[in-house]
Ligand binder design. Structure first.
Ligand code: 6CS
Length: 313
């Protein structure tokens, strides 16, 4: 059979590199073929999710930034400063976390989705038209966020005016000044040329971009045990591949941005400058619990325990 797999980025971006490896393993070990659909070929992120739930797509890669609208608990990834920025710690965490591999698996299953893997795409940076040194600098800034309510709460708590938009509207929105800021991992700032329409990059260490690969559950349940095993194995191989692939990626891509646009400013906020962002984090955590109740609270606690358990090897 030909299996259809859509993702939210270009084929040369992190999700594309992951998908390419996944396809390679599945095609090597089965008679099936995987057809890859990069961003834009089947619509926005919300569109590919609908198609996967309807069974038109067998596989979909969507980030909790969007899935959070469907599965409220998935918004936990937007509690600021919950995730560490240390890549090795993160690599262990996604792989071993009970919250991810058991609790979230159940929540995704309730939406007809077999969660195959969650993986990191790097620390997110804010890019803006004016410099950001403190929360005050975000005052009156219309800041684009992915479409989930907790991310809106985060940027409200940071002092900005959050504006949820699908990805396809971000470049144009910055160009026409409908929005004046957005956040994304460094590689994406380069590959999507967002540096052309913003002038300042700021790292506050407040988050790491998380994404997830899922299969349509009816499709997955209809497969033989051997086929399911190959899919799990392909997800594991692709996970290890993407962790290695990203080792120096952010630094390399930041250097390319600086070369393409020497006047771009790059600021890593100091501990002191991060204080107001950190203070906002506890407010956002409370909002998360308000929005998701006992179920969200339990998953947040589990994630914290998993993060602690994977802190050192
Ligand atoms: O900001 C976004 O909407 C996009 N960012 C990344 C890194 N991947 C896909 C997503 O659509």
């Amino acid at each position: 059979d030909t299996w259809r797999y859509a993702f939210e980025e270009a084929i040369t971006d992190v999700q594309g590199v992951y998908a390419t490896k996944f396809k390679e393993v599945v095609e090597e070990k089965t008679d099936h073929e995987i057809q890859l659909f990069p961003f834009g070929t089947l619509g926005e992120s919300a569109d590919i999710m609908e198609q996967a739930q309807a069974g038109i797509l067998q596989f979909v890669n969507q980030s909790p930034g969007f899935t959070g609208a469907l599965i409220p608990e998935a918004q936990v990834f937007f509690v600021p400063y919950l995730l560490p920025t240390d890549q090795e710690h993160l690599a262990r965490f996604y792989k071993e976390s009970k919250a991810i591999n058991e609790d979230f698996e159940e929540l995704y299953a309730e939406q007809g989705l077999e969660l195959l893997s969650m993986y990191p795409e790097g620390e997110v940076a804010m890019t803006t038209k004016e410099p950001v040194k403190a929360c005050e600098d975000l005052n009156e800034v219309k800041f684009r966020v992915m479409t989930n309510p907790l991310l809106v709460e985060s940027y409200k708590a940071f002092g900005a005016t959050p504006t949820p938009l699908p990805w396809g509207e971000v470049y144009g929105g910055l160009q026409t000044n409908i929005i004046q800021g957005q956040e994304n991992p460094t590689f994406f700032l380069y590959s999507t040329k967002i540096y052309e329409v913003t002038d300042h990059i700021t790292y506050a260490g407040h988050n790491v971009f998380t994404t997830a690969l899922m299969a349509n559950q009816d499709f997955y349940n209809g497969l033989s045990e051997e086929e399911q095993q190959v899919i799990e194995e392909a997800a594991d191989v692709a996970y290890d591949h993407i962790v290695t692939y990203q080792k120096d990626l952010a630094d390399q891509e930041l250097a390319k941005i600086k070369e393409a646009k020497p006047e771009m400013t790059v600021t890593i906020l100091t501990e002191e400058e991060r204080e107001c962002f950190k203070a906002a984090a506890s407010e956002v955590e409370e909002k998360f619990i308000e929005m998701t109740g006992d179920s969200g609270k339990a998953i947040l606690e589990q994630m914290k325990a998993d993060l602690e358990a994977t802190a050192t090897e």
